[in-house]
Design a protein. Structure first.
Length: 190
């Protein structure tokens, strides 16, 4: 976390040549995933300029790793909206999500895109209502986490006494129940 160490990491990332750059992406991604403080510490203009420059690399694996690093940085950075606007990250990732020749790169870019939606100016935000206003948010909505009792499960065969039979157009998906709805056998009778 010392400034000299962060500067050395950044310099390594920015000045690495061809093969060295390709080989340092995986370890660099691991470091970014392990330490939020280091990730925020290296998120400087030289870092973003290098990432943006190298997203045009001919190898798909390089573009894929750069997108992973970019996602990690943007996920933890406290000023994500400012970064997205300053470096035009949304437009760059949107272009990759549509035009990249590698399927995995396109899919990852599509996955990252909602988190990079740039913030709207206050004057234009007032005209939006409902779902349109949510689309303009600079922060992607969080998914609701389920508790164990809300998790769906297929009806266990032991609870029914035999294998359940599908009737008519009924599907296994319709046979699913909430965990709390399943009648569990007590341990006393065993």
């Amino acid at each position: 976390m010392k400034p000299d160490a962060l500067e050395a990491l950044l310099k390594c990332f920015v000045s690495a040549k061809a093969n060295s750059f390709e080989n340092l992406l995986d370890p660099f991604l691991k470091v970014c995933r392990i330490s939020t403080r280091i990730t925020i510490g290296i998120a400087k203009s030289q870092f973003f300029k290098r990432v943006i420059d190298r997203l045009a690399h001919s190898k798909a694996v390089v573009r894929l790793n750069l997108l992973r690093i970019l996602r990690t940085v943007c996920d933890v950075h406290p000023n994500r909206a400012i970064l997205v606007e300053r470096y035009g990250l949304h437009e760059i990732v949107a272009k990759l999500s549509k035009d990249d020749g590698a399927v995995l790169v396109r899919e990852l870019a599509r996955e990252i895109l909602p988190t990079l939606v740039p913030a709207l100016k206050p004057s234009s935000r007032s005209g939006l209502k409902g779902a349109d206003a949510a689309k303009g948010s600079s922060i992607a909505p969080r998914r609701a986490k389920r508790t164990a009792s809300e998790t769906s499960a297929i009806i266990p065969t032991t609870a029914l006494g035999s294998t359940p039979r599908l009737q008519g157009r009924e599907t296994w998906r319709e046979m699913r129940m909430k965990l709390g709805d399943i009648a569990w056998q007590s341990a006393k009778g065993q």
